[in-house]
Design a binder for this molecule. Sequence first.
Ligand code: SAJ
Length: 442
Amino acid sequence: MALREAPSPPILALEEKISARTAVIVVIGMGYVGLPLAVEKAKVGFTVIGIEQKVERMEMINAGQNYISDVEDKELAELVATGKIRATDDYSVLAKADVIIICVPTPLDAARDPDISYIISTTKEIAQYLRPGQMVVLESTTFPGTTEEVVLPILAASGLEIGVDYFLAFSPERVDPGNKRFTTKNISKVVGGVTENCLKTATALYSQTIMTVVPVSSPKVAEMTKVFENTFRAVNIALVNELALLCDKMGISVWEVVDAAATKPFGMMSFYPGPGVGGHCIPVDPFYLTWKARQYDFHTRFIELAGEVNLQMPLFVMEKINKALNQAGKCLRGAKILILGVAYKKDIDDARMSPGLEIMELLIGAQAKVIYSDPFIPSVTLGSDSYASQILESLAIESFDCIVLCADHSAYPYEELAKRSKLIIDTRNAFAAFAGPNIVGL
Ligand code: SAJ
């Protein structure tokens, strides 16, 4: 962190625009982070332009049509109709931007190493239009060091002076998809600036729309905070998944153990076993830290062990299915199986890295006859084959040799399914209230 900086004319101009909410904000990446962020900023008066490379998303935004369940349809429609939000795929709008917020994906590549190509390509576009008075904030989850070691050098090549002419900060997104209680507006926001002026302007920006802003001493601290948060979840989910594997061997209900442990009024936080860990955060983000740690010759054993445990859960579910079918005198090959819920978790419309999909793939590989039903996921593609979600009400539930519940959506008729099904493999303890010989839990 640089010594106390004198406010420069560019920072004074930018702070004025932020305070008056006349700043033009460009959000790059209008996904589950970018679109809710754009709506919150536009709702308080900022003009927001979203840069979105997926044409169908860009067109939906400009038609006032929402595609992110955490955004209120009518709010987006109104903000687009009044010109407070619009979308484009043209990076030249960056010339108009006072604030640029990067919300692009940060996946793993085939070798499970960080893929920050979207951050790099986006930053290169920004550098082409960088001018005094602009602030750039990276929100995408990434390894500690990305902002100062990757983004800053690309922007610095412009010759402009960081903290005087332009400003750069990291502020991690904390969106919990589907969470109606904690939203972009009331989730506290950690912010780390490259210089003191960078921190000051970024804090001023987020304070306009978010109730609690948490300044930290550097972008690295903010980057590490986010990866720690998701690693915390991955490791604790793996712990309870490992406990489920042991409880299964010992004939103990892991669900009863977790619920009993939850009665401890301090020092306990409940996590639940499941069919595996999906989404684009928990299975991915901890490996951004693993990769960076290697540069320090440091082995993040917890993260890698957690990954191994979580990755083996779909295989554990397959063992359960196979054993239960065998006990019914059947085998996987030729068995008629219904997967209930291929979304990666309850009540959301996202199937990325979903354990339900992996289990479906494994069952197809074992020559079972598999269909799925998920009201949130109309169709999925496995390899070169596409599958459409079947309408649950249209299915003869009694005709299935096995039903595998992978996402415990609220809308499912659990009592009726428990009554009518020959066999249910319940990976989410969703049928706890309807226990019976036909229901097999984890
Ligand atoms: N899961 C379990 N057992 C648990 C909790 C989760 O098996 O006890 C599974 C879920 O079914 C899902 C996966 O883990 O397949 C991830 O679920 P999640 O809710 O932990 O992760 P996301 O990706 O939906 O959202 C998370 C945020 N969620 C929560 O904090 C509750 C948060 O970690 C991040 O803000 C967000 O990822 C992000 O964008 O990084």
